[in-house]
Design a protein around this ligand. Structure first.
Ligand code: GUN
Ligand code: ZN
Length: 641
């Protein structure tokens, strides 16, 4: 059972149920070596509240003093841990130490028999430098083993690894073929050499080509990702599970993990860390401590688990992009990875939430390359319509723009369309309260790269607009005050088209328009058409929520599947009662739905049953077997015949 609860970017907070408890992703599984317990699972549970750990079934298998007790009492008792235990298969050992005698099916059966919660197939590890033909034949062998292993997993969840080296075609093939098998977790493997040599651009290519081809309803483990400096980038790309042997390995040779890199204790003059190991200690005291190695390992775990918590908090806040930019700007090699991610903007945009509760912060030259910027520009070009042929463009200013430029506009010709040359691209005055235009904090002087990108888009947009485009100057004032009146009608039209699609406003608002506004802020709250409450506007995002009458208008305006989530007939009756839409009942949906979109819930005959907010994309709705696809706000009763 894998269920999505919250999301940002491709990152997701999910619940993964196993036989020994539930993991909340993104999750870090510390690696336990059953031969040498540097820090016991019991201590990890007490100190870090770990939900799970990972150990190596191959080590247990080949040691007589471990194998028999494991088979007899189970791996949980062997290790002394009651939570979720994942086991790896020996792939890495087999790869590093050459051909170890290991039967791929026997090791899967062994993992099942010792009671592992999540076992792993014996995949074939391909190196980044291996040739295409070698990687291809490794891949075929891995898939053959995966297919055979599935037959023997029993009640154990099975992890089927994606390999494919650095070849995008092979990663894609590996990911889509492994998705067709009954594997429960889909790790991305063969990446340790990329991480060790800090080839993060290659890593981003590998992860993203895999993600684009994986079943979105399966948890993704990034094998060997144990350095906290990489967690946020990996999470943003949709990796759900990490494993750390780094905490112990690095402690062994006196190294400390930090979110911006690694340092030798011997080179530290200070311990700039809030963890209980470092706090109140000097580097000399730590060096002289008889349990130095153990303490360093504890520090490494503190730093790693704290970073996972920060990531989860950032997902809740909708601030993961900001966090990743900060991390990647902290290390030039990571920055190569972040820049590579721009290549996957279209895929990221499909999963990008419609809006966030907190403002967009421009924190680096990378901020402009977030998918939300691309979405605004694309929708502006495709969906925004104006009948005016004269255009006057104001410079970026205080928000909301319409208030800042009110006096100036009042002295300009009535037939002009007013724009602001904003960070996100040209912003028509009537979109100045819509996310992310209003909900953004941009420095007064952004970096040169960003300024160039803004002006390039602005120029090409206005060039393609045609008509008479002029930048504002004081001598444009006509001298006689013109009355522009209320821009509310233009505002609701513009937002409706940006949110629901080109032409939506014509169907929503054909009638006598009235507005109910906030007494305090003057912002539009409700839109009434011919006496019917059609839409409400959310003050925090400037987007609409649908009322039944608005839903009916959109339903009549656009043919299926536009704006729709289509569910089975019987559950649709529950949606009419206001119950949420579960993913398992969804038959199809509009492929353009993004998380946070207002959607129409219809039954198999395209009869409107409810309105609500989508939590998943179409592909996710079709893939997930558990969890909510749409949070229903209001059911709609069937119309009498
Ligand atoms: N540990 C680190 N990398 C890998 C991998 O590619 N496959 C498996 N099974 N374990 C790993
Ligand atoms: Zn510390």
């Amino acid at each position: 059972m894998f269920e999505l609860k919250h999301r940002d970017g491709l990152a997701r907070i999910c619940r993964l149920e196993t036989a020994h408890g539930t993991l909340e992703t993104p999750v870090l599984l510390p690696v336990i070596n059953p031969n040498q317990l540097l820090i016991s699972p019991r201590e990890m549970k007490e100190t870090f509240k770990i939900e799970g750990l990972i150990t190596n079934s191959y080590i247990i298998f080949k040691n007589d003093h471990l194998r028999e007790p494991a088979l007899e009492k189970g791996v949980h008792e062997l290790i002394g841990f009651e939570g979720t235990i994942m086991t790896d298969s020996g792939t890495f050992q087999s790869h590093v130490y050459g051909d170890i005698e290991l039967d791929p099916i026997e090791i899967v059966k062994f993992q099942r028999d010792i009671g592992s919660d999540i076992g792993t197939i014996l995949d074939v590890f391909s190196e980044p430098d291996d040739s295409h033909s070698k990687v291809k034949s490794d891949l075929e062998e891995t898939l053959k083993r995966a297919k055979a292993s599935v037959e023997h997993k029993g009640d154990m969840l099975l992890a089927g690894t994606v390999q494919g080296g650095i070849f995008e075609d092979l990663r894609a093939e590996s990911a889509s073929r492994i998705s067709e098998l009954a594997c429960d977790v889909v790790p991305i493997g063969g990446v340790v050499p990329l991480m060790e040599s800090q080839r993060y651009a290659d890593l981003v290519n590998v992860v993203m080509t895999s993600k684009q081809n994986l079943d979105p309803s399966k948890p993704v483990h990034l094998f060997g990702c144990g350095h906290p400096m990489m967690f946020s980038l990996a999470a943003l790309m949709g990796c759900d599970i990490f494993d750390s042997s780094a905490y112990a390995k690095f402690a062994k040779n006196g190294r400390m993990l930090f979110v911006d890199g690694t340092r030798f204790l011997a080179e530290m003059k200070k311990l700039p860390c809030e963890c209980p190991v470092c706090y109140g200690r000097t580097p000399d005291e730590l060096t002289a401590h008889p349990e130095k190695e153990n303490l360093l390992a504890m520090h490494n775990l503190h730093v790693s688990f704290a970073e996972i918590k920060r990531i989860k908090q950032a997902i809740h806040e909708g601030r993961l992009w900001e966090m990743v930019e900060q991390r990647c700007r902290g290390h030039p090699k990571l920055l190569d990875g972040l820049k590579q991610l721009r290549k996957y903007k279209d895929f990221m945009e499909k999963h990008e939430p419609l809006s966030r509760e907190l403002a967009f912060l421009h924190t680096s030259p990378d901020s402009y390359h977030r998918p939300v910027v691309a979405r605004y520009q694309k929708r502006l070009a495709e969906r925004f319509e104006t009948s005016k042929t004269a255009h006057i463009v104001f410079p970026e200013s205080h928000k909301p723009y319409h208030r800042h430029y009110k006096d100036k506009m009042s002295q300009l010709p009535e037939n002009a369309q007013f724009w602001v040359d904003s960070y996100f691209g040209p912003a028509p005055m009537e979109l100045d309260e819509m996310y992310p235009i209003a909900q953004s904090v941009i420095p007064e002087h952004p970096d040169a790269e960003t300024i160039d990108a803004i002006s390039a888009f602005s120029k090409s947009f206005f060039d393609s607009l045609g008509g008479d485009v002029k930048h504002y100057s004081d001598d444009m004032k006509t001298g006689k005050p013109a009355h522009h009146g209320d821009i509310a009608p233009e505002r609701v039209r513009a937002v409706a088209d940006m949110q629901f699609g080109k032409g939506a406003s014509a169907f929503l608002f054909n009638g006598n328009l009235e507005f109910i506004k906030s007494k305090k802020t003057g912002k539009i709250r409700n839109v009434i058409v011919d006496g019917e409450h059609v839409l409400s506007m959310r003050a925090s995002t400037g987007f609409f929520t649908l009322k039944p009458s608005g839903a009916e208008r959109l339903h009549a305006a656009f043919p299926t599947p536009k704006l729709r989530v289509i569910t089975q007939n019987e559950p649709a009756e529950f949606n009419r009662e206001g119950k949420n839409v579960f993913a398992k009942f969804v038959l199809d949906a509009d492929p353009e739905i993004v998380p946070g979109d207002e959607v129409l819930i219809v039954n198999e005959s395209d009869e409107l049953a409810a309105i609500g907010r989508a939590l998943l994309t179409r592909d996710e709705m079709l893939a997930f077997k558990t969890g909510i696809a749409v949070k229903v706000r209001e059911g709609i009763q069937a119309r009498p015949e």
